[in-house]
Design a protein around this ligand. Structure first.
Ligand code: GTP
Ligand code: MG
Length: 401
């Protein structure tokens, strides 16, 4: 509200929606029981409030009464309406115009760039096979994007992707291989990322030998993208090699949240970190609405963007430094071997204990257990395991705060 200046409160009415949820309670009782924050708000608005039952449009008295309340408020201000500080308004309008102008420039640049690349590729020339790796932060929409691209439910979007998953299919006349990967914490540096996740991320490349044509950096268009997030992206992509940027496309998900805003406006208003990322990927980006899976044009256009990028690299795909890949694969194998050993040890240990002390059928009639663990995350995980993964974004937000 402060964006609109302190004066705005004098012209504001709190409008409660979903009035039907109140049931037998009246709004005054609701305000009194909701605590100090809501009471502060109502007071700040000069005790002006109204309840709307948005489910009952036929009830016109609720609207008539609301209009009367507005008129009473205006009369109380001697007939005056709210007017914003002209300088402030002008400043905002100028910023909006600047964003729009830059967005237009960016779009023109991208169109020009794509036109040049299409002339290398030839309008009708499709690659018969395309290999794609999906990378990005947790819950960015990587698995959903994989499903949208393949046109069916191939990747699990209910649980977190903890290991690389490879799926294939034919889309728009091309044989597609899509590799889904575990996401990283958006606000964590690569040093704090679990070793296993890092190994999996790099391993993705070896699942689409001889190498991916494109790596998609999946970004949720609806979330802010700060310098911290930018650094996390940069550090994670450095797990590959500097060369990887040449083969990377920023893939924005949750396109449905953009509404009428264009992606170029979102990029220009999104701040330096996001602009840096888009530039680093050679101004290659695309928006997907994963809620609109039936829309084939968004996928076809994305595939064309890959082909243009590949044409721009003289037909080459991304290939990882063999030594680096080998190193990671050896580490993975060592981890797997140690994990197998540990499991065998535990099983042997349990078997010995079972035979030595209890016998297979002996149960205790009572068990006392204490749950210990770290802050929010630990507790949530123990109480509601199925929610635990989704609650990670909460933890992440807390971390960034
Ligand atoms: N509205 C909307 N929701 C989306 C979109 N893309 C993904 N989601 C939702 O975002 C949530 C996370 O999507 P996932 O595809 O599982 O994300 P992920 O990056 O694979 O997540 P992790 O594997 O846990 O890192 C799911 O509830 C999706 O339904 C989109 O374009 N629009
Ligand atoms: Mg996933």
């Amino acid at each position: 509200m402060q964006l609109l200046s302190e004066r705005v409160w004098r012209h504001t009415i709190v409008l409660f929606t979903r009035g039907d949820w109140l049931g037998d309670t009246n709004i005054e009782q609701h305000i009194e029981t909701q605590g100090k924050a809501l009471q502060w708000l109502v007071e700040k608005c000069g005790n002006r409030y109204h309840v709307l039952n948005t489910e009952n449009r036929a009830d016109s008295t609720q609207v008539t009464e609301l209009l009367e309340k507005i008129e009473e408020m205006v009369a109380g201000h001697g007939g005056c309406h709210y007017e914003m500080d002209r300088k402030l308004l002008q400043e905002v309008e100028e910023k909006r115009r600047a964003v729009e102008e830059r967005a237009k420039q960016r779009l023109m640049k991208v169109q020009e760039q794509r036109k040049t690349l299409r002339s290398f590729k030839g309008e009708e020339h499709h690659l018969s096979e395309l290999r794609i790796v999906l990378l990005g932060g947790r819950c960015a929409g990587k698995s959903s994007a994989g499903n949208t691209i393949l046109g069916r439910e191939e990747f699990d979007t209910v649980i977190r992707t903890a290991q690389c998953v490879k799926r294939q299919g034919e889309v728009a006349g091309r044989q597609l291989t899509v590799i889904d990967t575990p996401g990283w914490w958006r606000s964590y540096s690569v040093q704090d990322a679990p070793e296993l996740d890092k190994q999996e991320i790099v391993h993705s490349v070896s699942l689409c030998s001889p190498g991916p044509h494109a790596l998609f950096l999946v970004i949720d268009v609806n979330k802010s993208f700060t310098e911290t997030h930018r650094r996390a992206v940069e550090e994670h992509l450095e797990l590959f090699s500097e060369r990887v940027w040449r083969h990377t496309i920023v893939l924005f998900t949750r396109g449905d949240w953009l509404g009428d805003t264009s992606i170029e406006q979102r990029i220009e208003a999104g701040g330096k970190a996001l602009q840096w990322l888009v530039e680093k990927c050679g101004n290659r980006y695309h928006v997907l609405n994963n809620e609109k899976r039936g829309d084939g044009t968004q996928v076809r256009e994305l595939l064309e963007k890959i082909e243009e990028m590949v044409a721009g690299h003289g037909g080459c795909h991304y290939e990882m430094d063999r030594m680096l890949l080998q190193e990671v694969e050896e580490k993975r194998r060592a981890v797997e071997e140690r994990a197998k050993q540990r499991l065998m040890k535990v099983q042997k240990q349990r078997k010995t204990l079972r035979t030595l002390f209890h016998g297979e059928e002996h149960h205790l009639s009572e068990l006392r257990i204490v749950l210990l663990g770290g802050d929010v995350l630990g507790r949530v995980q123990q109480e509601t395991p199925s929610w635990a993964e989704r609650s990670l974004s909460l933890e992440e937000e807390l971390h960034s705060v």
